[in-house]
Design a binder for this molecule. Structure first.
Ligand code: FAD
Length: 407
């Protein structure tokens, strides 16, 4: 049986970064990344942006060149799924039945795209956008001549996919069940701005619409809504969130209801087992005491760095400020902080100029900023968030006042 000092489950953003950070922190033991995806670690954000648009090749989205991993003595076992953990034996079991021993286990398995559950969800031409294989299938439909798309879900993935499909000249209808876009992550000003923008770009945005079923025999031909209308299409893209991939961890006894619970050094309730990234539920210092999962590259990377430090004997609590970005058309949205439980929003600048920001406050304290085409507001606003600055809304909205003066 093979044995490693560190076994990392999942070769995505968190898994790759924890291996890199271990070596950067001087860890000399054996490291093996075991990943279900057959490809070496690659970036996910371009999958719904430049890669889908054909502006970047796969080589250009690799997290490191292929040779890097061998050079650093980091083993890659790809195309293998970890199906079981036996914490008492400190062993994991792969889908192939092979057992592997670990001294420390780092679970970085992210999440699986949530699938539609309505009738017709299994038809051909219904796509998720989570990994390279999903996007390869979607691109194959485009190459085969699909031009009429229904995007289901008005979160970041759905909106980014809609923007790329429009850029490629497709006819796009976007269906969102709630009454505004980005409702889980952004305030109303931003939701309205993005809905207007997508409509201006030719997307038929339908809010407050429930999908009843997908039509077609073997391949999808339409999406029928609860009001009976059928929107004809050649293909569907569903961006309706993820389900954290934690089955084997929970089955092994790890605590967790929404993903797996971790401490401030990303340790699970199982001995010598850490969890990071999209699947890790943690008490984020920017979340007003709430235990949350964050789905972002920042969170995966910073949690990875936290675990690497802990393993290398320099444990430090995870307290990084959350940040995120999304690109749609020529719009770059950058977010710092978390707007959870905000009681006030402040608009700075004019959305009509396509460069503005929205600040979120709680009890007078700046807790988050969404900046659209405004790197300055993002950077300086982020400093206000980090400083937990108390600032009056009047000053925040006054574009003659430099944000750095408010620190
Ligand atoms: P992942 O990167 O998802 O990696 C998990 C890996 O584990 C996968 O490779 C999976 O195959 C593997 N795995 C799962 N189960 C098992 C198992 N049982 N055994 C072995 N391997 C397993 N974030 C941003 O901050 N900005 C963006 O613009 C942005 N855009 C995005 C666009 C898309 C299309 C997607 C899908 C995500 C985007 N994100 C973005 C989110 C970001 O990519 C994720 O938050 C990040 O990848 C999380 O890292 P992770 O290591 O937790 O999971």
């Amino acid at each position: 049986m093979k044995n490693y000092d560190v076994v990392i489950v999942g070769g995505g953003h968190g898994g790759a970064q924890v291996a890199i950070a271990l070596r950067q922190n001087g860890f000399e033991g054996s490291i093996e990344i075991i990943g279900r995806d057959p490809n070496p670690p690659y970036e996910r954000p371009p999958l719904s942006k430049e890669y889908l648009a054909g502006d970047k090749t796969f080589d250009r989205i690799l997290i490191r060149p292929e040779q890097f991993w061998a050079d650093k003595g980091i083993g890659l076992t790809l195309g293998e799924t970890v199906t079981k953990i036996e914490p008492d034996l400190k062993e994991i079991v792969l889908g192939s039945g092979e057992r592997i021993g670990y001294e420390r286990l780092i679970w970085s398995a992210g999440g699986d795209a949530r699938r539609l559950s309505c009738p017709g969800a299994q038809l051909e031409g219904v796509h998720a956008v989570r990994d390279r294989r999903d996007v390869t299938q979607l691109m194959a439909d485009l190459e085969a001549g699909a031009t009429k798309f229904v995007v289901i879900g008005g979160g970041y993935i759905g909106l980014e996919a809609a923007a790329v499909l429009r850029k490629l000249g497709c006819d796009v209808t976007l269906v969102e069940s709630l009454d505004r876009l980005l409702s889980r992550v952004a305030g109303e000003d931003l939701s309205t701005f993005f809905a207007d923008e997508h409509r201006r770009q030719g997307v038929d945005v339908r809010l407050g619409c429930q999908v009843e079923r997908l039509e077609g025999d073997t391949r999808v031909t339409g999406v029928t809504l609860a009001d009976g209308e059928t929107i004809p299409c050649d293909a569907v893209v569903a961006g309706i969130g993820i389900v954290p991939s934690v089955g084997p961890l929970i089955a092994a006894g790890a605590a967790g209801a929404n993903g797996v619970d971790v401490s401030d050094t990303c340790h699970t309730s199982l001995e010598k087992v850490y969890a990071i990234g999209d699947c890790a539920a943690h008490a984020n210092p920017y979340a007003n005491g709430a235990v949350i999962r964050l789905e972002s590259v920042q969170n995966a990377n910073d949690m990875a760095n936290t675990v690497a430090k802990a393993i290398c004997g320099d444990p430090q609590p995870y307290d990084a400020m959350p940040w995120f970005w999304s690109n749609q058309y020529d719009l770059k949205l950058q977010t710092a902080g978390l707007s959870i439980d905000h009681d006030t929003t402040v608009l700075r600048g004019d959305p009509a100029n396509r460069s503005f920001s929205v600040f979120y406050l709680r009890d007078g304290v700046v807790i988050a900023v969404d900046a659209v085409n405004s790197v300055k507001d993002y950077v300086q606003g982020g400093k206000l968030v980090k400083a937990r600055a108390e600032v009056s809304p009047e000053l925040l909205m006054d574009t003659d006042v430099q944000l750095k003066e408010l620190l």
